[in-house]
Design a binder for this molecule. Sequence first.
Ligand code: USQ
Length: 394
Amino acid sequence: MHILILGGDGYLGWPSAMYFSARGHQVTVVDNYFRRKACIDVDADFLYPVPSLPERARIWHKATGREIKVILADLSDSETMRGLFSGAVRYTWALDERFTGLPHTILHYAEQPSAPYSLLDYRRANITLANNLITTNNLMFAVKDFAPDTHIIHIGTMGEYGTPNIDIEEGWLDIEHKGRRDRFLFPRQASSIYHTSKIMDTDLFWFGIRTWKLRMTDLMQGPVYGIETEESRVDERLRPYFNYDEIFGTVINRFVVQSVARHPLTVYGKGGQTRGYLNICDTLQCVYKSFETPANPGELRIFNQITETFTVNELAERVQRVGTERGHAVQVNHVENPRKEAEEHYYNPAYQGLQGIGVTPHPLTDDVLHGFFAIVEEHKANIKPELFLKGVRW
Ligand code: USQ
């Protein structure tokens, strides 16, 4: 099948490209290096250098004989987006430069993904809204006009729901009001501009699905952790880029790097904030199972994409235990919370849907953490402790 991956240079986009390619699919990745440029803009280095996207595609081809076509282009430009479907956009790197044709499935990761980045200042808030919403709208119209039967898999976020004082359902809620019943999107109340942009994405797509019978799976994902995937084992230069700074790093990734750098773990506030987490390998599995069992025309299918829930305190405890076993003197610090979020709250999301289509979840065990530490330790000399706290607050 032809799989088009928007945001194919990213932490999840590139591992997804290799995952689909390894399973025999024709993959095209598109990216404008937004994240790489934003990291330079906010002075947030990766843990290790990452080759350019065409270079990664060449390394992958040499290692496996498989081709991942690369297009470097900005999808917030509507003509560029449409060119992906009409064949007007040229490949930056491909073995066979002929147009592959319409995609069977599109993975949409082409978004600014960081809450702190979106609240750095009004300019970055605007960049987040403009990039995420215009790219999503461009995609929706291009699919409607050129490929209405193509299945879109969008990476949403559990943060769309916020932390309500009721159980979180998988996307939808049946409501009875004054004796009548209907089904609505589960109430959303995000705690950053980034998360709010994802709510708006969902609303845009839901409009397109109702109106033009498009088909989409929205994966409401929690924070992801990890580095290595099965495919990156063939050559370590194929590992995804990896952030540990305050702006683009997510909490488990940060805690492991902080431990190796002998920096106290930065628990924000009381540390009772609970989220649903998943291993990067499980993200790939969830996306692939969603591709194998597509949503129907006119269906907005929503899954909560998490493996297990933890408080920040529980994560700090686990990372501290494993770090200590590996000889790191890990301390845990409670720093003033730079974010506006509930630090103690009810949290009970449903997340059985993905298991229902065949996903086998992999929990965060001590063994998994040991493997993760081992890779970070290889790059200890690159860690810049000044990136752990950069003073972004809202
Ligand atoms: N946290 C700490 N200390 C840190 C970093 C984070 O206590 O050093 C806390 C945060 O305050 C928050 C929790 O850990 O309560 C998770 O924070 P995070 O930075 O790991 O994740 P978040 O900002 O929520 O965003 C990440 C991804 C985003 C994705 C989201 C899923 O960057 O793209 O959508 O996870 S979710 O959190 O479910 O909305």
